[in-house]
Design a protein around this ligand. Structure first.
Ligand code: G6P
Length: 744
């Protein structure tokens, strides 16, 4: 379709160009002709003109002019003396610039006018009585003596009508030729495509008579049909939506159910203080991104049942249908003992791998006991996947650093499964990764996946370097793939994003209402300037640096004291880990110090809201704020930055964003800062609060357009399309292998 439109536009431009060229050329020819005709007319009448030129011959002169004017294309004629006086003219001669004096100024009567025929003549177009006329003024000499000049006014309408006809003819001819050429090209390409696919189908029919080849041929035939279908559908892609993702899943993966494996569940059931059971949306970028995908694809989410009321809300198989009230997919809860949770989740995943992968100055702790639990829990989740599948080649999406071993464990038991793994956090350089005592086993485990995704190409490169350094495997740098035991794992960047439009923005109150409510809750004066930070209480988020930047802001810009308030929403996280407890204390002390230093009366520059906040409340703060500061010291992507942008459908508000987030590569209209540089960060905060509404709008609009296009449906769609391709290739090669085995 796109090709056809481009072709049509190209042909139209070609026809238009040809018409313009032809029109210009014919007009030049016609005008030249008129000039020559005028010269000929004067030459023919020269004798008679000279004889009747003086006053006594005035009547004769008039007769000569009337004679000349008989030509159907000459409208009027006049004779003027060499000093610009009118001597005679035919009826109808006139016009603003056709007086003898004016025309005389353009005609040359000097000796040079006799050098060649037409040398002193003047030709031009004038407008007379609303129509264009072509005027030729030709000098008349008696020997060497200039007598004056003859003015011929030609009718141009016949030229214009000829031109119109010529133009129409050219347009028709070119249009016809171009359309014919396009048609021939299209038919030729269709025929060659059709004959190619028909030829393969024919071969399949012939070969299909041999039973040994039937399974392979069935697959090849399927493949041809799919390539044809993909080719057709690729032309009409458009924006990525939940619907398009569903269609893609049907097309590439035959609508098969997807199974997500992620430690954190999207809905936790918790006991409330009053004894009732409530549903909580955990604070997790992974959950934010993945939940709309599973909702769109109706799969199963296998997760740790960590909510206090989780066991009470599942069926006999540990399943619960969600989202509450919508029930479009299932969570399959896996139960962990306190020892397992301690060793696998708090220990190896969050005290070992988490600090290993983030450059945030926390020393990783590796205990072999923790790793034993990690390994056992990975087995447990792989078992749970096995119980959920109803095919021998299911599609399993393994998520994050909690499950580095799971891809291989799943593949061992389901060799034909399509396993993708997405690593939601950064991947360190090979040297740094090498400090992990179980580095080889982790890498082998991950390579059980057919596709391994990271947020950025830099993380992919670090991973490939780690494989290169610690494993016996071939790295195909062109394909970005690792080949081991005859299997390939593609290593690709898939930058994660949000659903668009964001569910919580659509259900949020208007911005003015959010602002009024939040200002009232925080007791802010109406001209206050509000900054927000939204995070789990995690040392990688740079919350200390953020509060220090606020302190520096107030130090450097006294005018903001009493006016600028920073509200930090901080969800308690991984609180059983000492490092997280320390962070909590440090932040509390820091906020108290800044408030002590710059607070006055009821004014407190820093408001710490340390509790779990449900998404509607988080979005209220995003919408109420003048700025949002994301100051991570190292972050794979950071979806808070994207959420703030998604929340601002009023196109106001400024995002101040750490350069050490994956998001900084995409949201380039944010004010990008180094969070360690307090001068730079505080300057950015100052610029943010004084930015004009127009500039805010421009920046916000550009960032919103980016996220709208590069949304999470695209993220999942691209990964699933790649998975679908790998799957078809795997199916085909396993059939080929089986057929070859049978033939031996
Ligand atoms: C990061 C990880 C996620 C995790 C989230 C919240 O975003 O990549 O896997 O779910 O933090 O952490 P938590 O330990 O509470 O699940």
């Amino acid at each position: 379709m796109r090709f056809a439109i481009a072709l049509a536009v190209g042909l139209a431009l070609l026809t238009w160009g040809a018409t313009v060229i032809v029109q210009k050329t014919t007009r030049a020819w016609f005008e030249n002709d008129l000039g020559v005709r005028a010269q000929l007319a004067v030459n023919g009448a020269r004798e008679a003109l000279i004889a009747s030129w003086d006053q006594t011959g005035a009547d004769k002169l008039q007769t000569v002019l009337d004679e000349l004017a008989r030509d159907e294309h000459i409208k009027a004629v006049a004779v003027c003396s060499a000093d610009g006086r009118p001597l005679a003219r035919t009826a109808g001669y006139g016009g603003r610039h056709l007086s003898c004096a004016e025309v005389g100024a353009r005609v040359r009567l000097g000796p040079e006018a006799q050098d060649s025929p037409g040398a002193g003549a003047w030709n031009g177009i004038e407008r007379v009585s609303g129509a264009n006329v072509y005027v030729s003024a030709v000098p008349v000499f008696d020997g060497d003596r200039p007598l004056g000049f003859l003015v011929l006014v030609h009718d141009l309408s016949f030229i214009e009508s000829r031109e119109t006809k010529a133009r129409q003819f050219v347009m028709l001819a070119f249009g016809f030729l171009a359309a014919a050429a396009a048609l021939v090209t299209l038919i030729a390409s269709r025929l060659s495509w059709k004959s190619w696919s028909n030829e393969i189908r024919r071969l399949l029919r012939v070969g299909g008579q041999d039973p040994d080849f039937q399974p392979i041929l069935r697959d090849v035939s399927e493949l041809v049909d799919r390539i044809v279908a993909e080719r057709e559908s690729d032309n009409g892609g458009g924006a990525w939506t939940a619907q398009r993702l569903k269609t893609t899943l049907n097309r590439y993966l035959r609508g098969e159910k997807i199974i997500v494996v992620a430690n954190r569940e999207p809905y936790m059931h918790q006991h409330r203080p009053d004894g009732s059971i409530g549903v909580v949306h955990p604070a997790s970028g992974l959950v934010t991104a993945l939940e709309p995908i599973v909702r769109a694809c109706s799969g199963v989410w296998v997760a740790h049942g960590g909510g206090t009321a989780d066991r009470e809300t599942v069926d006999a198989h540990g399943r619960v249908r969600v989202p509450p009230g919508e029930e479009s997919y299932s969570i399959r809860r896996v139960w962990l003992s306190p020892e397992e949770e301690q060793g696998y989740y708090y220990g190896f995943a969050n005290e070992g791998l988490w600090p290993l992968c983030h450059l945030a100055h926390a020393r990783p702790i590796f205990r072999s006991g923790d790793y034993q639990h990690y390994r056992a829990v990975n087995h447990k989740f792989a078992d749970a996947v096995l119980r959920e599948v109803d095919l021998d080649d299911p599609i399993v999406l393994v998520q994050d650093y909690h499950f580095a071993l799971a891809p291989q464990l799943i593949r061992e038991r389901l060799p034909r499964a399509t396993v993708t793994m997405f690593w939601h956090i950064p991947w360190p350089n090979a040297e740094h990764f090498g400090i992990c005592p179980w580095r080889e086993e982790l890498l082998e485990g991950m390579l059980g996946a057919s596709i391994l995704g990271f947020h950025t190409q830099a993380h992919c490169n670090n991973f490939l370097d780690s494989v290169d350094r610690y494993l016996e495997a071939r790295i195909d740098r062109d394909q970005n793939a690792v080949i081991q035991h005859g299997r390939a794992t593609l290593v690709r960047p898939y930058p994660i994003s949000l659903e668009w439009p964001a569910r919580w923005t659509q259900s949020a109150p208007p911005v003015e209402q959010c602002r009024a409510e939040v200002f009232a809750e925080l007791g802010l004066r109406s001209d206050a300037l509000l900054g927000v930070g939204v995070d789990r209480l995690d040392y990688t988020k740079g919350i200390e640096e953020r509060l220090l930047a606020v302190e520096r802001l107030l130090e450097r810009f006294p005018r903001l004291r009493g006016r600028f308030v920073f509200a930090q929403l901080a969800a308690p996280s991984r609180t059983a880990i000492v490092r997280y407890q320390q962070l909590n204390d440090v932040i509390e002390e820091l906020a108290a110090r800044v408030n002590q230093r710059y607070g006055r009366g009821s004014y407190k520059p820093i408001v710490l809201l340390r509790e779990h906040h449900e998404p509607p409340n988080v979005f209220r703060y995003y919408r109420a704020a003048d700025l949002c500061y994301v100051s991570s010291l190292h972050d794979g992507m950071n979806l808070v930055a994207k959420e703030f942008v998604a929340a601002r459908d009023d196109e106001q508000g400024v995002l101040v964003l750490s350069q050490f987030t994956g998001a900084a590569r995409e949201l380039t209209e944010a004010l990008i800062v180094n969070p360690y540089d307090l001068d730079e960060a505080s300057s950015a905060l100052a610029s943010a609060v004084s930015m004009t509404r127009e500039e805010q709008r421009e920046r916000m609009r550009a960032m919103r357009a980016f996220i709208a296009e590069f949304n999470v449906y695209r993220w999942a769609g691209r990964m699933l399309v790649d998975a679908g391709r790998v799957r078809r290739k795997d199916r085909l090669s396993s059939r080929v292998a089986r057929a070859a085995g049978a033939a031996e």
